[in-house]
Design a protein. Structure first.
Length: 249
């Protein structure tokens, strides 16, 4: 990508072009689903409801004061309540609107489009075997995808040997399904998806800080390896951002 192309991507010029485009929303084409479907006979894992959280008592002021990227984690296990809290903080659904075609969540998103799916590479979470999971925000449950005894090594390779990742309790892996945003915003979607990714990850930073955990966002990774790890096609859905989380040492 040339410097000029990068600058154009960051600017808001696409919104002028958008005025001249008939989007799929304008064409009254069906809206994409707000959540990927589950396979037949899914293995679902219950999470702690937001109404029952007892963790995360640190004030928002202190979370902001102490928030920073952390790459050193202890061997302490992350509890299922803490994982539930982190997932809800990053993508929790507060209200379903527009006849089920949009959601209002704990993070903002352009037009409430929420183009992301949240996958987890679990290495040290109470009651969960090491493997890959997907969060179902509508149900506030985890979908177990597969176990992998070599997950730490595969994860380390996929993040270009940023070794702190393989020492984490869990790594959040966000994919994007671009059409969720493109349906409404067409050529302006790339800018909006990138902005939305920042909203999601910052909530992880603040929530992790409030439970004596730490996180570090990751934008450098091998695209093909990471997409294979979470089982997406790399075109209609692909990895866009990661964050490794562990208890503070």
């Amino acid at each position: 990508m040339s410097k000029e192309t990068l600058k154009n991507f960051l600017k808001a010029d696409a919104f002028e072009e958008l005025k001249q485009i008939e989007t799929d929303q304008d064409k009254e084409l069906p809206q994409p689903a707000v959540q990927k479907s589950c396979p037949a006979s899914p293995k679902l894992i219950d999470l702690v409801s937001a109404d029952a959280f007892e963790c995360g008592s640190m004030s928002i002021l202190d979370s902001l004061k102490f928030r920073k990227s952390r790459r050193v984690f202890s061997e302490d296990t992350l509890t299922i309540e803490e994982l539930s809290y982190l997932l809800w903080s990053a993508q929790g659904v507060k209200k379903i609107v527009n006849k089920g075609y949009a959601t209002l969540r704990t993070v903002p998103s352009a037009g409430a489009r929420h183009s992301f799916e949240t996958y987890l590479a679990v290495l040290n979470v109470e009651g969960l075997e090491n493997g890959i999971y997907r969060y179902l925000p509508l149900e506030h449950k985890l979908l177990f995808l597969y176990s992998d005894t070599d997950l730490a090594d595969k994860l380390n390779s996929a993040v270009l040997n940023q070794k702190f990742v393989s020492n984490s309790a869990v790594t959040f892996i966000w994919s994007t399904i671009p059409y969720r945003m493109e349906w409404r915003y067409s050529v302006a979607s790339a800018k909006l998806i990138a902005i939305d990714a920042g909203h999601v990850c910052e909530n992880i930073y603040l929530a992790a800080e409030s439970i004596n955990a730490g996180t570090c966002a990751i934008a450098a990774y091998d695209q093909d390896q990471m997409d294979r790890l979470i089982g997406v096609d790399g075109n209609n859905e692909f990895t866009i951002y990661l964050a490794a989380v562990g208890k503070v040492k």
